[in-house]
Design a protein around this ligand. Structure first.
Ligand SMILES: [Fe+2]
Length: 231
């Protein structure tokens, strides 16, 4: 891992851990998923926050297809998403969790407003932002996998058996930031910290809004735990 990936990974992870702790996301998701309704609400809503990620890689890839230093990280990222030859594709693993958690078929799921907003913001960013800014935002987003999925795996493992949680388990172990080493190296040293903070300023508040939206959505679906969820 290059020093820029390393510092980006550490900074982003730490900021995200602080957000998760401040909002008590793990504790609240654990409480809200104790009932079948709460677990179904989580699985159905979180589906929309992650299933479109592969598409974002393709949208951004189309914008930088003439420079392999820029798209090689996206290609590696997609290979990881496809399971990297060692697990089923990540969306397939998520579908197993979904099937375990809800009786509603995937084709009948409806995106909650907070998830639509999250996806729309990401899509406009990867379409409109400067390509390096968008790539750095991807790298920051990848750095959030470790804190986010460790928290989710821990929160859900009290309520769900290990097999359907494989999707969450694989994401506690992967490290994606170094996948973007070549693209990160394109930015001159003098501009690196500015580009990192711009990416952080986009990704971290958006992710925080996603957690808040998810918790609010789940607390509506499981009214008995509302007090804990909105406190
Ligand atoms: Fe993944």
């Amino acid at each position: 891992m290059s020093s820029i990936s390393n510092s980006l990974q550490q900074t982003a992870e730490q900021v995200e851990r602080d957000v998760l702790e401040q909002l008590r996301v793990g504790e609240r998701i654990s409480s809200l998923t104790k009932t079948p309704n709460g677990l179904a609400a989580f699985a159905e809503a979180f589906y929309f926050c992650r299933v479109g990620f592969v598409r974002l890689n393709f949208i951004l890839g189309e914008r930088c297809a003439s420079d392999e230093r820029l798209w090689v990280g996206l290609a590696r990222n997609l290979w990881e998403e496809a399971g990297a030859g060692s697990t089923p594709p990540h969306n397939e693993l998520y579908r197993r969790f979904l099937e375990h958690s809800t009786v509603r078929p995937e084709s009948e799921l409806v995106a909650p407003a907070f998830a639509e907003h999250f996806d729309r913001r990401w899509e406009s960013f990867v379409r409109d932002a400067d390509i390096l800014d968008a790539l750095f935002a991807f790298a920051v987003y990848e750095a959030l996998d470790a804190p986010d999925y460790q928290m989710l795996f821990h929160a859900l493992s009290g309520n769900v058996q290990p097999k359907p949680l494989e999707f969450f388990k694989v994401h506690t172990e992967v490290r994606h930031v170094e996948l973007f080493d070549e693209a990160l190296a394109v930015v001159p040293k003098s501009r690196q910290s500015t580009v990192i903070s711009q990416a952080m300023n986009f990704v971290i508040p958006l992710q925080k809004g996603m957690w808040l939206g998810l918790l609010k959505h789940m607390s509506r679906a499981t009214p008995t735990t509302t007090a804990l969820a909105t406190s």
